[in-house]
Write a protein that binds this ligand. Structure first.
Ligand SMILES: C[S@@+](CC[C@H](N)C(=O)[O-])C[C@H]1O[C@@H](n2cnc3c(N)ncnc32)[C@H](O)[C@@H]1O
Length: 220
């Protein structure tokens, strides 16, 4: 546990430094999974979205521009400062709010209070399998019946899987960033009690990162 806490603090500092050095590092355009999620959330009748690990907000602000009410969370206050500045510039402050939050802590939201949750490359951060299981339980708790959870993760087919410093539990650190590479078994375990709608493979960036986009819903 001490090791996990220490690793999380090192990672938070690394993300704070990275956003300071590279403001808006992911650009202003939404990610492909966010564009897909927007259509899925709209078809499900969702009005409000919680984003976990929103960073500087390329996706949260896209959801806001598309008319959703968005609560963007991240443990980097610097990333979220950049998100709020962009929200002002894009005139969506009324629909986008931020919460500094470490996903290893309970979500600061009531039970059954959210229509949809989105998390692009957050569950595959430096989180243990036990922490990921608890987090998905929290997502389940805050979603309304019929709620939709879309998340993406790098997986064991990624070029960096097994490279760099091994932390155990399929977590490897490369260039200062620790990543938990997901196995298909882990995806299936996290969907127990949900309807697993889709596990969609895709690539992002130059490496390229190899990811899965997972969509799972709660029964109504
Ligand atoms: C790979 S980046 C993706 C950012 C954003 N989703 C995007 O695609 O533009 C991962 C994000 O997760 C955040 N993060 C990592 N570990 C976290 C944790 N334990 N709690 C909350 N946020 C975390 C980082 O600060 C970073 O903004």
């Amino acid at each position: 546990m001490a090791d996990e806490n220490e690793r999380a603090e090192v990672q938070r500092a690394h993300w704070q430094d990275t956003y300071t050095a590279h403001p808006g590092m992911y650009g202003e355009q939404p990610s492909a999974p966010a564009v897909h999620a927007c259509a899925v959330f709209r078809a499900a009748g969702a009005k409000d979205v919680v984003e976990l690990g929103a960073g500087h907000g390329r996706d949260a602000l896209y959801f806001a521009r598309e008319g959703f009410t968005v609560r963007a969370t991240d443990f980097s206050a610097i990333g979220l400062d950049q998100l709020r500045a962009s929200a002002k510039a894009q005139d969506v402050t009324g629909r986008a709010t931020t919460i500094v939050h470490d996903v290893r802590d309970p979500l600061p939201l009531p039970d059954a209070s959210v229509d949809a949750v989105f998390a692009h490359m957050l569950l595959c951060m430096a989180l243990s399998t036990a922490e990921i299981r608890v987090l998905v339980g929290e997502v389940r708790r805050v979603l309304r019946p019929g709620g939709v959870f879309i998340y993406t993760v790098r997986h064991t087919g990624d070029a960096h899987y097994g490279a760099g410093t091994a932390h155990g539990d399929d977590i490897y650190e490369h260039g200062g960033f620790a990543v938990h590479y997901f196995s298909r078994d882990l995806v299936d375990a996290l969907a127990e009690g949900w309807t697993l709608e889709e596990v969609f493979p895709f690539e992002e960036g130059d490496l390229p990162r190899r990811l899965w986009r997972i969509t799972q819903t709660l029964p109504r």
